[in-house]
Design a protein around this ligand. Sequence first.
Ligand code: S3P
Length: 434
Amino acid sequence: MAKKVVSPGGNLDGVVELPGDKSISHRYAILAGLAEGKSEIANYASAADCRSTLECLRRLGVEIEWRDRTVHVQGVGLEGLKEPRKALDAENSGSTMRMLAGVLAGQPFPSTLTGDDSLRRRPMKRVIEPLRQMGAKIQAREGDRAPIEIRGGHLHGIDYATPIPSAQVKSAILLAGLFAEGATSVRESVATRDHTEVALREFGATLEGSRGAYRIHPRPKLTGRRLAVPGDLSGAVFLMAAALIVPESSLMLHNVGVNPTRAKVIDFLISIGAPVHIVSVQSQNGELAGDVAVRHAPLAGGSISGPQVAEMIDELPMLAALGPFTEKGIEIHDAKELRVKESDRIATLAEGLRAMGAQVEEFPDGLRVAGRSAGKLRGAKVDPQGDHRIAMALAVAALGAEGDTTIRDADCVGVSFPEFFDTLERLRGAEKPV
Ligand code: S3P
């Protein structure tokens, strides 16, 4: 895999269209597959993870075509999925594996879900447990890791409180609930992203409840529809951080998803002094999207803990890597969940930032990255361990370092944001007069 050399500086300036949101794209694809009739999903995520979801759906008998940035899905209806001929490969995508586990638990045929080395190391008990309670027979590898074999059908509704706040697990249960006998309820201690709930209603499911407590009724008629995916805020945050770090930067990010269950990161950035403004917010398919303006500014730093962790789970690597560019540094606690993401994000970040000269203290449940007084970062060779968000976080930190940084296997960014390096280069001056 290719390495990438990132040189410091180069102020960012201009307007950006973000690729479609990864979380929303997965959900639209799955529900479009289960709906009756055709759906068109405009601005479907270019993320490799979302291609994995499409590929798994194809293997389940759903016809999908991708033309002109729009995914066309011929829905098969709730009863229409076919037994796959071989294991479904979710590759690097936890969302694909966990959400499809919910759908497959409701099918009258057996299936197997597998993934790449990283995904096969990640915990699946959190999704296996409630699906077993609903009546699915599930076998996993030792330690409840993938591959997982699912023998579904004959589910019954449950009332489940998720022990770990997880939108993927909540979604798996709600999706399984579509096929269960009786209603299925899910409660969570922190309201995680609600894209599944919004999309279920959009497709015509009967879902009661709000923030953190939902109940789904089985066997609704889901109807295919036209949808447009807003830009990915979790990807946008890397560009926002780059603009905050490099002096004289100013960016306008167009049509970014700002669903309140995702946008806490914007509140946090504002709280540490970032000039971020959201303008012209609109609702599309029940999801909010707006234009986000950001420019360079000195940052105070701060700490993140408790419910904030689940609310900003995917943004934590970038926020931690902002530490050396803040007055007080960034401290994160209650985030041991970061250790079971695409990599052990606490360890991978600590190692990468230390290699660049940052002062990092690692805790079992988080880390503290010292602020500006600990000294300027210096370019180094860093290894994101195949983790897309770590690669982007370190690349952005490299913009504010002294000297070049070499990022190993940098094309892992394609998992969520294949255009990341090209976009960064374009905004850093390719279009400016020399
Ligand atoms: C996601 C939920 C989060 C997040 C992941 C995407 C989703 O995971 O980290 O990148 O689309 O539901 P958890 O549900 O495991 O917290």
